[in-house]
Design a protein around this ligand. Sequence first.
Ligand SMILES: Nc1ncnc2c1ncn2[C@@H]1O[C@H](COP(=O)(O)OP(=O)(O)O)[C@@H](O)[C@H]1O
Ligand SMILES: CC(=O)N[C@@H](CCC(=O)OP(=O)(O)O)C(=O)O
Length: 263
Amino acid sequence: MAEVKTPVVIKVGGALLENPQIAGQLLGEIKALQSLRPVILVHGGGPLVETLLAAMQLTSTKIDGLRVTPDEQMPYVCGALAGSANKSLCGLAIGAGITPVGLSLMDGGITQCKVLDEKYGAVGVPSVGKADLLNQLLSASFLPVISSIGSNSDGRLLNVNADQAATVIAELMGGDLLLLSNVDGVLDQDKQLIKELDQSRIDEEVAKGVIKDGMLVKVAAAMQAASELAKPVTIANWSAPLTAILNNQTGTRVIPASQTSGA
Ligand SMILES: Nc1ncnc2c1ncn2[C@@H]1O[C@H](COP(=O)(O)OP(=O)(O)O)[C@@H](O)[C@H]1O
Ligand SMILES: CC(=O)N[C@@H](CCC(=O)OP(=O)(O)O)C(=O)O
């Protein structure tokens, strides 16, 4: 029987698109990785959302790293995430010799979303759906490129934080999860890289206010995926070589309770 290879789910923050050279380099590394293992790309687009909302003279606020999203802003949020960000990354993938398929969380029932809390407006919490579509695309060597726009069962469009989206996709596929951003990983109060983070160190750094804003959501999402998958999740810089990230030579590894020495 053919060996089933564990997919790699790579999430990139939207700020990557502000640096097409680094983005192109990463896509080139993803192309090389695809010859070894299936890859799924999940992306954010926070800066694009900000720019578009500002151009429309709309204001936007975040609570604990999550954007408060009134339903009337969803056309712009969808346009930025499922439109501009998704198609820009697909274009960069094509430039790297990859055949991408641009998707959102709702396509093929990949995830189902529920409204988080009406105080956030149209913000969704995703849960695992069906893997069939992704399995078909991966077996045909396509690169799924997934934006974090989802829908609830009534068809209400919801804005999902892209780290949470990637977490759920990694859980659905049993994949290895890399959360790539514009920082080397999770930094301590002296701006030094923390190489390993378990739940008690997370609680400590959050209480001190060292882990905050977007990193708060990212670390919580990483720990959720690590616990669900019973394996570490990596938070690293998209400028680092992908092989170094995969070989744990750089970045922060978020370790689930099942793998800490006290477990
Ligand atoms: N302890 C920390 N270590 C590293 N970055 C942190 C930390 N606390 C807060 N941050 C902030 O979190 C940001 C990464 O989160 P975010 O902007 O949401 O990234 P992305 O858009 O790539 O998902 C960093 O650029 C940094 O400003
Ligand atoms: C609910 C919520 O916060 N949604 C995020 C979705 C995009 C995102 O997560 O983008 P980054 O990965 O670039 O931060 C937002 O509107 O910014």
